[in-house]
Ligand binder design. Sequence first.
Ligand SMILES: [Zn+2]
Length: 270
Amino acid sequence: MPELPEVETTRRGIAPHLVGQRVSRVIVRDRRLRWPIPEDLDVRLSGQKIVAVERRAKYLLIEAEVGTLISHLGMSGNLRLVDAGLPPLKHEHVDIELESGLALRYTDPRRFGAMLWSLDPLNHELLARLGPEPLTDLFDGLRLFELSRGRAMAVKPFIMDNAIVVGVGNIYATEALFAAGIDPRRAAGSISKARYIKLATEIKRILAAAIERGGTTLRDFIGGDGQPGYFQQELFAYGRGEQPCKVCGTTLREVKLGQRASVYCPKCQK
Ligand SMILES: [Zn+2]
């Protein structure tokens, strides 16, 4: 599943080919994504110049002169640039053709992604209640500390809650808690301010490193497969249940927290 770093890598990969380009037409071969693609998307977008490609949480915002295409990659989606007219393969549901002769092609085998149109994207119902971006100053350990007071839920689902901070998916929550030495099962309300400051620092460091590594795959967005370098980071805990801790050698444990697999080191994480 594309996580925030992969979505940001996608944004950086496609933006240079889109910004300043006029859309010549939009071809929708299958509207049935998580929500149906609007029937009038072609009418809305064709003839307009793309002025920016932004990201909010895991939503890509492709901003035209009037209106914005909100895209989400769902479980299995990707966006890449191809030569317009390249015959589509199965699951290649949408082409946004540009005057340059390239087309932004959306592929999504499982069709959990989204392509929606909005005149006011930041106030769209999907985006309006999202918490701050993790790599901005609006997110820090003090926010985690203050919002967690009195809360009995485990710290891992707490930091994965989009209302607290966006973009901390299972991989990054698992790895940040390991790096901060915090047991993922611990009640959010029982963790000190100092430990939350450390945790926020680790969330930022790990996400920034993942985005930086994604940068090495930017050329894959044109002519390539549009798959940024998922899972290229060295993982200490995620996916390593029953294997030895890379720090202390203790066998890592796996538990379910908020329906998600959670791996931790019983010695390094308290
Ligand atoms: Zn350990």
